[in-house]
Ligand binder design. Sequence first.
Ligand SMILES: Cc1cc2nc3c(=O)[nH]c(=O)nc-3n(C[C@H](O)[C@H](O)[C@H](O)COP(=O)(O)OP(=O)(O)OC[C@H]3O[C@@H](n4cnc5c(N)ncnc54)[C@H](O)[C@@H]3O)c2cc1C
Length: 376
Amino acid sequence: MSIAVCDVIIVGAGIVGAACAAECARRGLGVVVIDRDIVGGGATAAGMGHIVLMDDSDAQFALTRYSQRLWQELRPELPRDVEYEQCGTIWVATDDEEMAEVARKHDYYGKQGVPTEVLDTHSLKHLEPNLREGMAGGLLVPEDGVLYPPCAARFLLERAQERGAKLRLGAAAVRIGQGRAQLSDGSEIAGDVIVNATGAWAPELSPGIEVTKRKGHLVITDRYPGFLRHQLVELGYLKSAHSVRSDSVAFNVQPRQTGQILIGSSRQYGAENSEIENDILARMLQRARQYMPGLAAVSVVRTWTGFRAATPDKLPLIGPSPTDKSLFLATGHEGLGITTSLGTANILADQITGARPGIPIEPYLPSRATKECAHA
Ligand SMILES: Cc1cc2nc3c(=O)[nH]c(=O)nc-3n(C[C@H](O)[C@H](O)[C@H](O)COP(=O)(O)OP(=O)(O)OC[C@H]3O[C@@H](n4cnc5c(N)ncnc54)[C@H](O)[C@@H]3O)c2cc1C
């Protein structure tokens, strides 16, 4: 058995593990990253890459905003294949009830210093002519963007490697804790800190944490340059997709630099099998056609699924495990892990190095779940 020694062992080379590796290495820590597969091959390869502000809670908004700013700072250094584009999001409203939500969001974002623009029927139609007639309006969030997640993960990991991080692919961690990671090839690595960044698989290595799989389907079309210009998301999404119990589909489409259209999205609990489910897919595409009838005529190139790592309060777990102070968690990012990877990495590295965090970290600490149980 071989034993290697480092400061920080990061298990999982998805976008979260890659970002944590880059940030820890930037701060001078000796980092080893382990993945049983390839870089960015888990949920990161399946994700939509929408860099989006979300306001289900103040804590969710704070982390998405902090992270979006970090992406904007990194933007000049991102290679072309990361395809970062600040195309903006339009939250599409179909009726007066959803226009009330547009007004609420506009007010909330404004109070947080984030520019948005309320669109009426005509200005929405002008910006996105392929939306169906009769939409009530929408909210444009111009600083939201999109990127291509697997290349972003690869870039972050290369950054880490340039700063001395070591990468070991093809070996799974079978046990982590007490400053050690045992790998499936029989080797062992010792580190002051071990980070469980294995996304939806995190409970396999850290049993008892409240992370469950939430399956999603995505579709990519052939090239239709100019068919849409912004990421378009239905405001009904807030009613349906954020239910923490039932399966749901929502209109969520993204323009890619290639001219392709990425069509999402579905959310399912309790589905462990990664197979395409035709009934869910059909519901998802029907929803998309209800908003953009022209999508009925596009050619689909590929369809796939992935697993989000969901937590009960829809916030990630970032920080030390309540039961082992050498073990840190960086998981539970659900549908926002591409967006929040950079913020997560900074918060994690702040905690490891004892630096003052850029935003209050309490809402993301794994110990919050333990406290809630104690009071339940
Ligand atoms: C359909 C869909 C759409 C999405 N859209 C968006 C979006 O638009 N915007 C957004 O911000 N987020 C989105 N997400 C969420 C985002 O993709 C995830 O939150 C993010 O990729 C999580 O990254 P991760 O690094 O934590 O996990 P992963 O990318 O899953 O990486 C975990 C890694 O751990 C490795 N691993 C697991 N177990 C072990 C082990 N025992 N030993 C070694 N390695 C192990 C895996 O091989 C994998 O590489 C979407 C997700 C899905 C499924």
